[in-house]
Design a protein around this ligand. Structure first.
Ligand SMILES: NC(=O)c1ccc[n+]([C@@H]2O[C@H](COP(=O)([O-])OP(=O)(O)OC[C@H]3O[C@@H](n4cnc5c(N)ncnc54)[C@H](O)[C@@H]3O)[C@@H](O)[C@H]2O)c1
Length: 374
């Protein structure tokens, strides 16, 4: 058995995909916890500028724009008319659509936080607007940039566990005590419960690793927190057109505290990505039943940084990775980790499919989407 201890590399602030000297001017909608981090990622990148900040609370917009020269406003139309190339949407999910569609109507690229919208129809309208404007739509599934998930993806793609057979994905936390604000758990705004919260990330991780999800069978319950339309627990089985399956569990009753993991099993081994703390496990063999090799990866640098600067510091690094790929996509390069609009749409469709399957007892079949471009 080998133990590998890894330290995060400093991020490269330059943008290798930059074609000309003009920075990309980006506006941020929603200046809360995530919007502040998104704005920081823009300010830390040498090829981007913070152009404008919009929030329904003027003091929040002012706080993020302070000292940057960016416009700070409570008016969406005024914000959208500012001189900028792209918009990052980090407001609550039920108001994502207005900001995304308005941005596309003005020819901006959009990076929207998860979930893309609180409804499937809202997601579809955002995707349609992106196609109509011929602009990039990316979705903030930033767990793709967590080193433990990057390791799982790269291990599968390198064929180190043989042919992928199935996944186990899990995401959960303690539920209602975790939330700061009502919209975060109330279905009319959030779109649902555990599946639309931590679970939406894990739906995306599953699809990211499996290639596509077309078949969904699931069950869910609301018996603990009793918030109408907001499931406490959802369990499901997903299947890809290639016959790869995933078991899925999203929960708001994980009394042990916030955590997520994915385990991928192939013909020659398995790989696990876990958080928090960040870690990996890899078991490989040359033939089924042969001697196994085991590697464990720990990330003490991340653990220490999070102890000093909280999980926000890890989220910020992931947002910087997303921003670099967003610029690449805007220049026509789609061979990146960044999730596109179809990933955002499919994850919300899957949450709706689990709900439908739970009600009817039947499997729900969805048409394959693939990627929007590239
Ligand atoms: N990627 C991640 O890891 C992650 C983590 C947490 C939240 N999120 C997502 O980020 C988004 C924001 O979450 P948060 O935790 O920052 O929430 P928050 O409540 O801290 O911030 C939301 C901000 O949006 C503002 N707002 C409300 N309505 C608005 C509107 N119509 N237009 C503009 N601004 C408006 C609020 O005043 C607030 O300042 C949500 O979509 C959430 O699901 C993503």
């Amino acid at each position: 058995m080998a133990w590998i201890v890894t330290f995060p590399l400093p991020t490269d602030p330059s943008n290798p995909s930059r074609k000309n000297d003009r920075p990309m001017r980006i506006g941020v909608v929603g200046a809360g916890v995530i919007g502040r981090l998104r704005a920081q990622s823009i300010l830390r990148h040498s090829a981007t500028e913070l152009a404008a900040v919009m929030d329904v609370a003027q003091e929040e917009a002012d706080g993020v724009a302070a000292g940057t020269g960016a416009l700070a406003t409570t008016e969406l139309e005024r914000f959208l008319d500012a001189d900028m190339d792209a918009v990052i949407v980090s407001s609550p999910p039920h108001v994502h659509e207005a900001a995304c569609v308005g941005a596309f109507e003005r020819g901006r690229h959009v990076l929207c936080e998860k979930p893309l919208s609180n409804t499937v129809d809202g997601c579809r309208r955002i995707v349609d607007a992106a196609f109509a404007a011929d602009r990039v739509l990316a979705v903030g599934f930033n767990l793709r940039y967590y080193p433990a998930i990057e390791f799982v993806k790269d291990t599968i793609d390198a064929g180190r566990i043989g042919d992928l057979d199935h996944l186990r994905v899990f995401g959960g936390h303690e539920g209602l005590p975790k939330f700061r604000i009502d919209w975060q758990y109330r279905a009319p705004e959030s779109g649902g419960g555990a599946m639309m919260d931590v679970g939406i990330h894990m739906t995306d991780v599953a699809r990211y690793l499996m290639g596509e999800i077309t078949d969904v069978y699931g069950t869910m319950s609301e018996s603990v927190w009793n918030v109408p339309g907001s499931e406490d627990n959802a369990m499901a089985v997903f299947r890809s057109p290639d016959g790869i399956s995933a078991s899925y569990h999203a929960t708001w009753t994980e009394w042990k505290g916030y955590r997520f993991y994915v385990e991928a099993y192939g013909t020659l081994g398995m790989v696990r990505g876990y958080y928090a703390p960040m870690r990996n496990l890899l078991i490989t063999q040359d033939e089924p039943g042969g001697p196994t090799r085991t590697r464990r990866l720990l990330y003490p640098g991340i653990m220490i940084r999070e102890r000093l600067k909280s999980w926000h510091s890890t989220a910020l690094l992931s947002f910087e990775g997303e921003l670099r790929d967003f610029l690449a996509m805007a220049e026509g390069r789609y061979d990146v980790r960044l999730a596109d609009g179809y990933a955002g749409l499919r994850s919300v469709e899957i949450a709706a499919a689990v709900r439908r399957s739970s009600e009817t007892g039947a499997l729900v079949r969805l048409p394959a989407l693939g990627r929007m471009r590239g």
